[in-house]
Ligand binder design. Sequence first.
Ligand code: NI
Length: 276
Amino acid sequence: MKRRKFIILTSGALIALPACSNRKEKVAQAAAKPRVAAPRPVKVPANTLYRPPAYANQGLRNPNMNLPSTFSGRTVTHSRGPSTQPYVAMTFDDGPHPQNTPRLLDMLRKRNIKATFYVIGGNVDRYPQIVRRIVSEGHEIGNHTYTHRKLTSLGASEVSKEMRRTQDAIVRAAGVRPRTMRPPYGALRTDQRNAVFSQFGYPTIMWSVDPQDWKRPGPSVVTNRILKAANNGAIILAHDLHAPTVTAMPGTFDGLLSRGFKFITVSQMLAQKGQA
Ligand code: NI
């Protein structure tokens, strides 16, 4: 029985492949155009039907969140979702990392949690197989620039290049196109946010909960800060670059699940928000 289930899941993943290559061609065509006049909803063939194998499902589990992930609208910056539902979005920046990210993916898979990864393009080119795994397990990929420089000190063409190179790397690695971006250090001027939005269709995604995990305060502190600050619609910032952050995640995930929160991706959060 278990064995049969696994085969169905595997074939489900394979069925998604033609859509990926189709998208790749469309993205390649879009990339040839210098500017996109208006942001349009982008359909991304992430494997949203992915479910963790039943044998790994012991303990707390996020419910299947079959929510739309296509959003539209003119709002350029988002730092949280609506407060009307107990949804939270976990975001992980600066990966993929060869050890930490797979360890985190195991934790997410065990709990049926889908997260959003703001990846650095250089790391995508270094570890494309991890990006493929992220997408195949139903998570969302966001653009976090190619070199992780402070964008406020760059000119418009350099900012575009950072976005383009990263988008191209993600498409090459996993056949999906990111739908949102997060600026390194949260640093991006309003005019730059507008330019990125009009050129790439990316809203700028900030956060509402910041455990300051990059300062490495220790896993239990990271967990406690997130559990204390999380509320409906929270977008939670964390970094899978740091091993102690990943170590903090089982307690964080289970703490949030036991408090009744449900995990969704950033695009699902924006779709819930509708046009603000
Ligand atoms: Ni970063």
